[in-house]
Design a protein around this ligand. Structure first.
Ligand code: FEO
Length: 170
């Protein structure tokens, strides 16, 4: 496997594990302010991020690459409001999208067509990830003038069910 692609895949695995840790941290913060539905929603998100890391890990190994475990930085632990937490999450997901795009560009430079093909799933997934967070953020923004609406949103978000990404190597 091309060394630059191998290194970029390793960095993306770290980024996905950091994402899982960040969403666990956001979940813990939501729990601490009594937003149990949002906390549950974030736990599902954290699980999906772990799946993303494992999909990349399994792909890296099946392509003859080596996984090098590196330090995962500590995430932020407090936010000023649910809106601020989801804004933080949206900005983070945009960063992840940029990182996936960069990984594909590195694969293109290396003429690594297998990696380019494998990473297409992540391109589609990022569109969905950003949309999901943007949808919640829009609802919370609309609720600004109606605080009781925030509790309805919390209840609704608590119904999110984790679905494993079948057939994608997680
Ligand atoms: Fe794995 Fe939310 O990007």
């Amino acid at each position: 496997m091309d060394k630059a692609v191998e290194q970029a895949l390793n960095e993306q695995i770290n980024a996905e594990l950091y994402s899982a840790y960040l969403y666990l941290s956001i979940s813990a913060w939501f729990s601490s302010i009594g937003m149990k539905g949002m906390a549950a929603w974030e736990l599902v998100q954290a699980q999906e991020e772990r799946d993303h890391a494992m999909m990349l890990y399994n792909y890296l190994l099946s392509s003859g690459g080596k996984m090098i475990a590196t330090e995962i930085k500590a995430p932020q632990t407090e936010w000023g409001s649910p809106k601020e937490a989801f804004e933080f999450q949206l900005a983070h997901e945009k960063g992840v999208t940029a990182s996936i795009n960069r990984l594909i560009e590195i694969s293109q430079s290396a003429k690594d067509h297998a990696s380019i093909a494998r990473l297409q799933w992540f391109i589609t997934e990022q569109v969905e990830e950003e949309e999901n967070v943007r949808d919640v953020l829009n609802q919370i923004t609309l609720a600004a003038d109606f605080p009781s609406y925030l509790y309805m949103i919390d209840k609704e978000l608590g119904t999110r069910v984790y679905t494993p990404p079948t057939g994608n190597g997680a």
